[in-house]
Structures are given as structure tokens and as C-alpha cells.
Design a protein around this ligand. Structure first.
Ligand SMILES: [Zn+2]
Ligand SMILES: [Zn+2]
Length: 232
């Protein structure tokens, strides 16, 4: 099993963010090749990932499953736990191209609902006097690459923070964008979209408030009767 774990970890590092289809495409032939039993269900797969994560924790790396609220899909995310966007490791990119990454991340994090229209990813960008901002075509290539890596996520005609940014930059986002980046009143994890109380505007995860309202009927923050619809 060890060789399977090591090879799977390498694939996770290369892809940086995998959905279940991608996980299956990698893990099924790998387990066949080494004649080991594939994790049989979601729970076993989570344990499998956890046991890999335990071997890389000391290197400030993590391998975690997260459900992205916008797509409702679960992803396995490889992340560097002490990363900040400016220290981002983008091998082969120019300083301006790395700067473009930080600008985009900041632009998204500053929005009340943490998303922008996709064309805003190419307009009104402040390169702070830099003489060589990347050309639009290059920006499109970079954005596509970062989207494949899970740093950003496109849905409809909007751009969102992707699974990897949410995991990797959690501390950075919490500490730098306290006005827009909130924690869920119930589980204390980051909440970027989901639902708001119509009275006090507190953001809460849809799943958390759904569970909470099974036994109660008031907002956990302001105490008024919860009236925001919860269906998607
Ligand atoms: Zn929550
Ligand atoms: Zn409220």
C-alpha cells in the first residue's frame, strides 16, 4: 500500500485539486497495478487521504477533502499550510505574473459575496505602476491554469475563490479581509457564500443552518425568526 500512497500523493501534488472522477481515474489503475484493494467507499477514501496527510503534516503540507459551496462538489485539495499569495510558488512565472495572482485573489476577497464577473478578471487591475503587466491573452492562459489547479473556480459567468485558495489561504484571508471574509456563526469555518439571515445579514453555511433549524426556528446570531429560504 505504501507505494500506492506515495504515487497517489505525487498525483495530488501535480494536480493540486481533484474531484472524485479524477481521483477514480488515478486510483483505480494504481490499485490494480499494485494489487491492493481500493478504498471501498467515501469514508474509506477519507481515511486513506488522512493517512497520507499524516506523513506530510510536518512539512507544512496538507491533503484534505472539502465541499465547495458553489458547486456542491467534493474536492481533494493539496495545499501548503503556511502559504501567502505573494510567497506563492509559481515556478517559471515573472514577478508581474505572480502579482496578477495576488491582485485577483485580493479582488475576489474584497467583494461582499467573494465573486466577480469573469471579465473583471481582466479589467480595472492595479499593477501599482508596473511597466510590464501581462497581456490579456497571457492573463487568460494563467487564469485557466490557476483554475485547473483549484485556486479559482468558474461557474456561470462568474469567478469565485476555488477549493485550493479556500484551504491554502484560510489564515491569510481571515486576517486580511475581515470585512468580507466571515466565519460561520455555527461551525466557525470560513463562510463565503451560502445564506444570510434576512434580519442581521449574518452569513451561515446552508447545511449548518438547515441542521440547526431542525430543532429551532430562530437565527443563532440575532435571535429573530429565521425567514431566508434554504432551497437552492
Ligand atoms: Zn457552518
Ligand atoms: Zn440574524
Amino acid at each position: 500500500m505504501e507505494i500506492v500512497k506515495r504515487t497517489f500523493l505525487r498525483a495530488c501534488i501535480n494536480h493540486s485539486c481533484l474531484d472524485h472522477d479524477q481521483i477514480n481515474k488515478i486510483l483505480t489503475p494504481l490499485c490494480d497495478q499494485h494489487q491492493v484493494t481500493k478504498p471501498a467507499n467515501q469514508e474509506a477514501l477519507h481515511e486513506f487521504a488522512k493517512s497520507i496527510e499524516n506523513t506530510i503534516k510536518d512539512l507544512n503540507q496538507s491533503l484534505t477533502f472539502m465541499v465547495h459551496p458553489v458547486t456542491g462538489k467534493e474536492y481533494l485539495v493539496f495545499a501548503i499550510t503556511d502559504a501567502t499569495p505573494d510567497k506563492q510558488n509559481h515556478p517559471g512565472l515573472t514577478a508581474e505574473e505572480c502579482f496578477y495572482f495576488s491582485i485577483l485573489l485580493e479582488k475576489l476577497a474584497q467583494q461582499e459575496d467573494c465573486h466577480i464577473a469573469w471579465n473583471e478578471a481582466y479589467s480595472d487591475l492595479d499593477f501599482k505602476g508596473s511597466t510590464k503587466p501581462p497581456k490579456k491573452l497571457r492573463m487568460q492562459t494563467l487564469l485557466q491554469l490557476w483554475t485547473e489547479m483549484g485556486y479559482f473556480l468558474e461557474s456561470g459567468d462568474r469567478l469565485y475563490l476555488g477549493p485550493r485558495s479556500i484551504v491554502e489561504f484560510e489564515f491569510y484571508l481571515r486576517s486580511n479581509f475581515a470585512d468580507t471574509i466571515k466565519e460561520c456563526a455555527l461551525c466557525k469555518q470560513l463562510v463565503l457564500w451560502d445564506v444570510k439571515c434576512s434580519d442581521c445579514n449574518t452569513k451561515i453555511h446552508r447545511l449548518c443552518i438547515r441542521k440547526y433549524l431542525r430543532t429551532r426556528s430562530n437565527c443563532p446570531t440575532c435571535g429573530n425568526k429565521w425567514s431566508t429560504r434554504l432551497s437552492q
